[in-house]
Design a protein around this ligand. Structure first.
Ligand code: DAH
Length: 345
């Protein structure tokens, strides 16, 4: 039996080496290892051996099987490789040529600024949050202390949804401020949150007005919060955007959801004595903010006797325009690749 197995192994390996293509190799495999193959026939003979002879013969049969399988595998790989090379040569394909480059997308300038600010505010312990773009009249206006007949409602030029009931009208949110109330309702006080997002207004479009643009709301509510805290947050943010400290000033400003309300101006980052951006004044108006009106805290279920806070509303689109020197806001939502391709990934 030993002799027969050794002969089978030797002859088998030689037959494998001679197979010139996949079909021939397949045939050799069936002949050697198939159900009616040579090795199977030998294995059947094992039963006839004496109990002493059987273990050694069984072990040898196993080794022969493994050796044949290995030889088949190696030969198959060699045939595949040879066939591939032949194909490539025949079809004139040169596998060493470089591939065609994949187009690489970039980051939209608004998103670039938003991401940086999200990182900055996250590092200061703020939550990044968002609310729905289709908003209730209550969240967009009433809860923010904007009365029904207040001209601020008109100044927002709201886009109302059709077919919603008079007492629960829906609109496209005109600002990110409703997220102040939503976040407070969800998380309660104390809270630090920023909410970047898209807002919508019925605007006659021009270089500085667009029906769809981006804002980022900020809100901090805690015990003993005052104007210095607000100024610190605003100044840190500007340093984050422009990469250096800017001189800033506060002017009074009116917004129904803050009291007192302010407008923050910064020294023009682009000039020393007046330029187009600052319209010759050396100051540019950057963002409004103020101390959260007690009615807003109440609407969100927070006791204004215990907590106070500040809020600000940054024009993200405007900030991106300032940072990248973009002169027309209409580029921002244009989807025009000639514009977008100028911003790196
Ligand atoms: N929501 C205001 C707007 O879109 C901007 C704003 C002003 C936001 C004052 C604030 C704020 O949080 O305190 O016109």
């Amino acid at each position: 039996m030993r002799n027969r197995l050794e002969a089978l192994c030797r002859d088998g390996i030689a037959a494998v080496a001679e197979a010139q293509n996949a079909d021939a190799l397949q045939e050799v495999e069936v002949h050697l290892l198939g159900r009616n193959g040579a090795l199977t026939a030998q294995l059947k003979g094992l039963g006839k051996l004496s109990a002493e002879e059987r273990p050694a013969a069984g072990k040898l049969a196993n080794e022969v099987k493994q050796a044949l399988q290995k030889a088949l595998e190696d030969r198959r790989a060699a045939i595949d490789k040879a066939e591939l090379e032949e194909d490539l040569a025949g079809n004139g394909i040169d596998p060493t040529l470089p591939g065609s480059p994949m187009p690489v997308g970039g980051v939209h300038p608004v998103m670039a600024v938003a991401r940086e600010l999200e990182d900055l505010f996250s590092s200061m312990g703020y939550v990044v949050w968002d609310g729905p773009e289709i908003e209730t009249e209550a969240h967009n206006f009433d809860d923010l202390n904007i009365p029904g007949d207040h001209p601020a409602r008109e100044s927002h030029d709201t886009i109302w949804m059709e077919d919603t009931p008079e007492d629960g009208r829906l609109c496209l949110r005109t600002h990110t401020s409703p997220v102040q109330v939503r976040a407070l309702q969800k998380f309660g006080a104390p809270l630090r949150v920023v909410a970047p997002g898209r807002v919508f207004r019925q605007e006659a479009q021009d270089a500085t007005h667009e029906h769809t643009f981006h804002q980022m709301e900020g809100l901090v509510v805690d015990k003993g919060i005052g104007v210095p805290h607000m100024l610190h947050a605003m100044n840190s943010m500007l340093e984050g955007i422009f990469g250096r400290k800017l001189e800033t000033r506060l002017r009074p400003g009116f917004f129904p959801f803050v009291e007192p309300g302010f407008e923050l101006d910064a020294r023009c980052p682009f000039c020393k004595s007046g330029c187009k951006v600052c319209k010759g004044s050396t100051w540019i108006e950057l963002m409004p903010g103020g101390l959260v009106h007690p009615n807003v805290l109440r609407a969100a279920g927070v006791d204004p006797e215990v907590y106070s806070g500040f809020a600000f509303g940054l024009g993200l689109s405007r900030m991106a325009m300032l940072r990248y020197g973009i002169h027309d806001i209409r580029w921002m939502m244009s989807g025009d690749l000639r514009f977008l391709e100028q911003f790196p990934a």
